[in-house]
Ligand binder design. Structure first.
Ligand code: SAM
Length: 252
């Protein structure tokens, strides 16, 4: 499909630097490699190569969810791609599933969850801070996600939803939510908790009665990117270190 006014596009330069913008919001993009005439992108197919006045090339592509996440405004720490993949695969999220999440933060995990369960599934996200709820709403609406609700409520006080497939937690005291999660989940439904420290994991485990929960497990996901060159291939010097522990359990 050719690009039209209002479409969001991704411009990638020869070194992989990315620029994301909506067509029609301005006519030119000024970069270190020269000026891109954005008006010539309308009517062109993804893969079009725009050439700057300095004769440098920019590939014009449709942005993915991850491109959008990299560029959107963030306030609290967001879930990283490597961890989001584990959550979606481990809990078998797919179209139609119903998810409760807390807190929404900048909305990064919500975006992964909402797109995984779209179009028929839904994500309800609890958040206690208005500034984060407002930012997340802006980020989610900006991506065009509609299958979500933000509840400006404290999840430690309870979960209103029932027959839920996944309760996903990214907050300081997940152990205070396990009883509410058990009530809200279907039998076989998943509890997930993201915890930066092992002490949070230990407290979570203490709160999980093994008569009520099965498949209790915790993993850490470490990824390493490689620099591949004819002259020598090796792991990149800098890598993302620890983000958090990923704990899972299923309601019996
Ligand atoms: C680390 S952030 C979540 C980031 C989010 N997962 C993302 O990927 O963008 C933690 C959030 O939990 C919220 N929070 C903390 N305690 C809460 C509670 N009891 N109920 C609801 N939200 C809570 C915080 O206000 C904050 O927005």
């Amino acid at each position: 499909m050719p690009f039209k006014k209002g479409d969001r596009v991704l411009l990638v330069d020869e070194k992989g630097k990315k620029f994301m913008l909506d067509l029609g919001e301005r006519e030119t993009l000024h970069t270190h490699h020269g000026i891109v005439d954005l008006t010539e992108i309308e009517g062109k197919e993804p893969g079009f190569v725009a050439v700057t006045h300095m004769n440098r090339e920019f590939s014009v592509l449709e942005p993915t969810l991850v491109d959008y996440l990299q560029k959107m405004k963030k306030l609290p720490q967001t879930i990283q791609l490597k961890d989001a993949c584990q959550i979606i695969a481990h809990t078998g999220l797919s179209n139609g599933k119903r998810v409760v999440e807390a807190g929404v933060g900048s909305g990064a995990l919500t975006l992964f969850l909402a797109t995984a369960v779209a179009p028929d599934g839904h994500v309800t996200s609890y958040e206690i801070r208005d500034d984060f709820a407002n930012l997340a709403q802006k980020n989610l609406d900006g991506y065009g996600v509609t299958n979500y609700t933000i509840r400006r409520q404290d999840i430690y006080d309870g979960i209103e939803e029932h027959d839920i497939d996944l309760v996903a937690l990214d907050l300081p005291e997940p152990h205070r939510v396990t009883a509410h999660a058990h009530e809200a989940l279907k039998h076989g439904g998943h509890l997930f908790s993201f915890s930066p420290t092992i002490e949070q994991v230990t407290r979570l485990y203490d709160s999980l009665d093994r008569d009520l929960w099965v498949e209790v497990t915790t993993i850490e996901c470490i990824t390493r990117e490689y620099e591949v060159k004819r002259t020598g291939t090796r792991p990149k010097t800098l890598m993302l270190g620890h983000t958090g522990y990923l704990s899972f359990a299923r309601k019996k």
